[in-house]
Design a protein around this ligand. Structure first.
Ligand code: NAP
Length: 241
């Protein structure tokens, strides 16, 4: 990697995204804190900077074309390229998601953020990633997106969900298609599962810390050249599709 490594983490104002930003920052990476709320973003940037991280704020709503275009323009103007993109922002859509009674708007909203948002951000940033010597893209998935695990009783299946779990399955599938298209380039694109972490997303029910949940994404964001692409990892190794 070149002397200065520039990263953008979406949804970095709190939870796992914040810890990914902190962890990358501790490795000396300059980190763009992508967040849609001005106050939450500025507070996160201030906290990271107080901890010694070279952090900068990036106004970013992953569901909004203009916001994403402006974020890409800001990074282009400041740095001219992007080395690492971590698509971390995500929502569950709430807990009432049994398929037989599902609110279609919830499904749309979750897919818009967790899948289409990732495509929107990735494609807007790809021109800047292509200028980096060793570009890395990490998409935050979940083991609940694994169809193998969802159809194997006894594991950590999470609640029955017509929106959230399938949105992560969709994200996994889209990521594999990116890896196919980008094969032969220097861009590595992979999926990370953070494990069940205590964050706002699940009312702090998770048994892992957000910092623990950030570890796999940080590893994938800093993979050496020739590393895996189009793969799905958690701390212990590969997650089955
Ligand atoms: P979290 O604490 O709720 O944080 C989610 C982040 O995403 C927040 O910064 C939130 O911003 C941001 N976000 C949501 N919609 C956005 C949008 N339209 N534009 C920009 N940012 C947006 O959740 P988390 O637990 O850290 O989750 C991070 C990622 O890990 C998600 O993709 C999640 O699905 C995945 N994951 C989490 C767990 C877990 O156990 N926690 C397990 C598996 C996977 P606001 O503050 O503005 O809402």
């Amino acid at each position: 990697m070149s002397e200065q490594t520039i990263a953008l983490v979406t949804g970095a104002n709190k939870g796992i995204g914040y810890e990914i930003a902190a962890g990358l920052g501790a490795l000396g990476v300059t980190v763009g804190v992508g967040a849609r709320d001005d106050t939450r973003r500025e507070e996160a940037v201030a906290k990271l900077r107080a901890a010694g991280v070279d952090a900068f704020g990036v106004a970013l709503d992953v569901t909004d074309d203009a916001s994403v275009a402006a974020a890409a323009a800001l990074i282009e103007e400041r740095y001219g390229r992007l080395d690492v993109l971590v698509n971390n922002a995500g929502i569950t859509g709430g807990r009432e998601q049994e398929p037989t009674t599902a609110d279609l708007d919830i499904i749309r909203t979750v897919v818009e953020t967790n899948v289409i948002g990732v495509v929107r951000v990735t494609n807007a940033l790809l021109p800047l990633l292509r200028r980096a010597p060793s570009p890395r893209i990490v998409n935050m998935s979940s083991s609940v997106g694994s169809l193998t695990r969802q159809s194997t009783p006894g594991g950590e299946l999470g609640p029955i969900a017509a929106a959230y779990s399938p949105s992560k399955t969709f994200l996994n599938a889209v990521t594999v298609q990116y890896a196919r298209e980008l094969a032969g380039t220097n861009i590595l694109i992979n999926l990370a599962c953070p494990g069940y972490c205590a964050t706002d997303l699940n009312g702090y029910r998770g048994h892992r810390t957000a910092e623990q949940g950030a570890a796999t994404a940080i590893r994938l964001a800093t993979l050496p050249d020739g590393g895996p692409t189009g793969a799905f990892f958690e701390d212990d190794g590969s997650v089955p599709w």
